[in-house]
Design a protein around this ligand. Sequence first.
Ligand code: GLN
Length: 202
Amino acid sequence: HLRIGVLAFQGDVREHIHVLEGLGAQVVKVRRPEELGTVDALVIPGGESSVMDKLVRMFGMQQPLRDAIAAGMPVFGTCAGLIMMSDNIVDAIAEQESLGGLHVDVRRNAFGTQIDSFEVQLDMPGVTKDPVPATFIRAPIVERVGEGVRVISALPDGRIVAVEQGNLLGISFHPEVNGDSRVHEYFLGRVAQYVTEKKASI
Ligand code: GLN
């Protein structure tokens, strides 16, 4: 079994756990460095990035999370999770910090308010064979991609909504909310590969 952590301070933790367990992963809620130390990979859920950031720092998790990302741990962030992983938040609220690691600029609430939530069918070449239903809820967009970042998916108007950089996968929408587990399945595949390579190098 792969041991997958879900950062469990705030947001749609339960939805991610449900999808991951459905795919056979062993899931651990992560709030402390000791818990982070036991997992093969981490999911950062959607929610409210400024609140999540506050809790991460209050619990002394900012540095441990940055260290884990720097060490190559696979991390999958959805929506607020993507914001947390981004090097730069162009419209961060006062004192809001991200963890960074993913070399992108991200804009929060790029589609307006809660009312402007919507669902589309999205192509994700290299991740899924067929389009996935993508639910956007006060979603961010990626405004700039830096070195080593691959764009996985964009809306028809060109706005970037899914990126990958090494072991980091960040997407603007919420595959965990509409009963489609293919993106999580892709991530677990990447984690399995990472775990195998890590073992081989010891
Ligand atoms: N707008 C939220 C933020 O800035 C993200 C919304 C979400 O995760 N659904 O963190």
